[in-house]
Design a protein around this ligand. Structure first.
Ligand code: PLP
Length: 281
């Protein structure tokens, strides 16, 4: 990739940094490793605060070991004391206490926009935090979120609204903004019909139409990919609606180029590195 095509950034001596606060999936399909790969694809310098280790492969999650909330907070504090990311995202936070610790770190301001991907369960149904984490996100983290990106189940866990149709998703997205998120985007990959993203941005309904990739195939880490790409585009100064539409185009491209790292679900993969200065996204 031609690094010279990067647009100059005002801060960090031109270093375009994005931070992921997420769990470690050793298979690299989801979580921190996947986020850092997306950041690199998009020409960003990746920063990572780890919240939990998991034992998993591309087929199943076996076990989770969360870090102490104190250590998560200490990683954040020392990092942000020194480096100023242009955007941040949260992924799997694993426990309510970690959610609170992360939210408290941003109580007096954030270095850049925050995307909250409210991970509570794996695609295969493994509990990655569950109801307790959903409640904590709702209470503590949504007020700090510039954009929250739940799938249908996560939207239901956060709002209590059963989301099956676009009208349900609009209600749920609005409820999320009433709970404190500046904008909310319900990812539509699990809709039985078209995989449209339904968002409330600056109080307005926005629908991002999509075409299904891979039939009914489930991908490992598509939610992580979407929120990571969104954070990068916000870091590059895109407006929220442009960032959602760019991230959606990228995740669709990555799903159509998905790879098999193991024998389980395929992993979204971009066949070519992006040149952000020239990219259409
Ligand atoms: N492991 C970690 C660390 C994650 O962050 C996630 C999702 O965000 C998963 C596993 C589950 O990924 P998926 O549901 O896409 O298989």
């Amino acid at each position: 990739m031609a690094l010279t095509t990067l647009e100059p950034m005002a801060e960090n001596n031109g270093l375009p940094a994005v931070l992921s606060i997420a769990g470690l999936d050793p298979s690299g399909g989801a979580g921190l490793l996947a986020d850092l790969r997306v950041f690199a694809w998009m020409g960003m310098y990746g920063l990572g605060v780890i919240t939990a280790s998991t034992s998993q492969n591309t087929k199943e999650v076996k076990e989770i070991q969360p870090l102490s909330p104190r250590l998560v907070r200490s990683q954040l504090d020392i990092l942000l004391d020194d480096v100023s990311p242009q955007a941040m995202k949260t992924g799997m936070l694993a426990t309510a206490a970690i959610v609170e610790a992360v939210a408290r770190a941003f109580a007096n301001g954030k270095p850049g926009p925050l995307v909250v991907d409210p991970v509570i369960r794996s695609t295969g149904g493994f509990d990655l935090g569950g109801r307790e984490v959903a409640e904590a996100i709702k209470k503590h983290l949504l007020p700090a979120a510039d954009m929250v990106t739940p799938n249908l189940d996560e939207a239901e866990a956060l709002t209590g609204i059963r989301v099956r149709t676009a009208a349900d998703a609009e209600r749920a997205a609005r409820a999320l903004t009433e709970l404190g998120a500046a904008s909310a985007c319900i990812t539509g990959g699990h809709f039985s019909g078209a995989p449209d993203e339904i968002a409330i941005i600056d109080g307005r309904l926005e629908i991002f139409r999509g075409a299904r990739q891979g039939g009914d195939e489930q991908f490992h880490g598509s939610g992580c990919f979407f929120s990571a790409a969104l954070a990068c585009l916000l870091a590059r100064g895109k407006r929220p609606a442009e960032a959602v539409s760019g991230a959606k185009a990228l995740v669709q491209e990555a799903m159509s180029g998905a790879i098999k790292a193991g024998s389980g679900n395929r992993i979204p993969w971009l066949r070519s590195q992006l040149e952000p200065g020239k990219s259409k996204h």
